[in-house]
Design a protein around this ligand. Sequence first.
Ligand code: C2O
Ligand code: CU
Ligand code: CU
Length: 461
Amino acid sequence: MPAHGLTRRRFLQSSAAFAALSALPACSLVSASRDNGMWEYHLSAEPSTASLVPDHQTDVLAFNGKIPAPTIRCRQGEPVTIHFTNNLNEPTTIHWHGLRIPIEMDGVPFLSQAPIQPGETFTYRFTPPDAGTFWYHPHMNSVVQLGKGLVGTIVVEEASPVVFDEEHVLMLKHWHLNPQGQWKDLAIPRYSARMGTPGEWGTVNGVHQPKYELQENATTRLRLANVDNTLTYPIQVRGADAWIVAIDGNPIATPRRLEEHKIAPGMRLDIGLVAPKAGANVEIMYMKGRFPFLLASFTTTPSTLVEKPLPALPLNPVATPDLANAETRHFVFEWAGAITPADKQGKGKHEFWLMNKRAWEGMSKGNIPEPIATLERGKTYIFDLKNVTQYHHPIHLHGHTFTVLEMDGKPVTPFHTDTVLLGKNGHAKAAFVADNPGRWMYHCHVIEHMKTGLMGFVEVV
Ligand code: C2O
Ligand code: CU
Ligand code: CU
């Protein structure tokens, strides 16, 4: 473990890197065009096939027909336009997870927009205020739409560019497939009532244990996004000194050494490292109990790069909570195993989870449930989150970014996040300024948990 001085030195802002960036072309854009300062994309959701298990084809739902989905790149403070076409045979909407954008663009059916019907196009336009690693996914029929492949990343570059020699997006997802690439159940009620139904085929960017390359000495930024419906990945890196530089897209004030970090569904982790000498292997490990599982590996190749410190990331412009005048709101997450009587289709509706004694009622046109909390615009709130269950819950709020103050009764160095992971019987305090008016979903990101009760919305008026 290096001394603190070393830590700081390694993260000194490198103005040389800044200069190098301006020489780079607007690079690595996947199907983007940036005209007149405008980032513009065409995105569609459609049935497709993919070879996830080698030598087998799987019917998937995919953005632009491809697994992995295109990474949408744009820049902090610059408008982006995404023309989205629904080529599925069911309605959908697209949500931009972690972005603090106006409610009309949040992509929640009924609450913020009408469902986009098959064949329809809806244009999303927004200007991301924060830089970092975010992601996008439908907010309808989520067990199936996300489970079968509709998950993608959105990378928001810093307003004043921060350059790493190498940057890789790693989307983590386990697919509910058998060894022949055929679908198994995406949600099994007895698991939905517990940790959720895990997929069995582990992939990164849709590939099982992909192998990538890194140039030796490259300052490297790995953008990990957990786009899985269910699994939490405790992450370790082997073969290099790895640093946590951002959590859920949001840079942390002082990077810290990555020993092990849990990325729950919906969450992200940006890792900074300097690639070791050529011929080495850097491995991203999923510390699954006593049986660590290799997610992806990087082989280092010879290069002319000289070793230098990692560039520092500026903090995101999230409003500082006014703790002296904050109001605390309490939320208790409970288990309530129950299957309500069969509905018209003869299917039982499962309600396994409660937020403040309430299970999500579902919504439809003209039928929006009551908010779980009504907040006053501009005011600071402390959300006191209590998990009284044996399972963990990553609690996510749309349209705002939390500043976490306390975890399990202990103060933490405050950090920004859109999702707070509560461990079993975990407790957290997270503050934010309710500065974005609208009705914002507030839910557990274990998709089966949100679908069986752990969901609600807060209204900022
Ligand atoms: Cu990833 Cu309601 O969101
Ligand atoms: Cu979200
Ligand atoms: Cu949960």
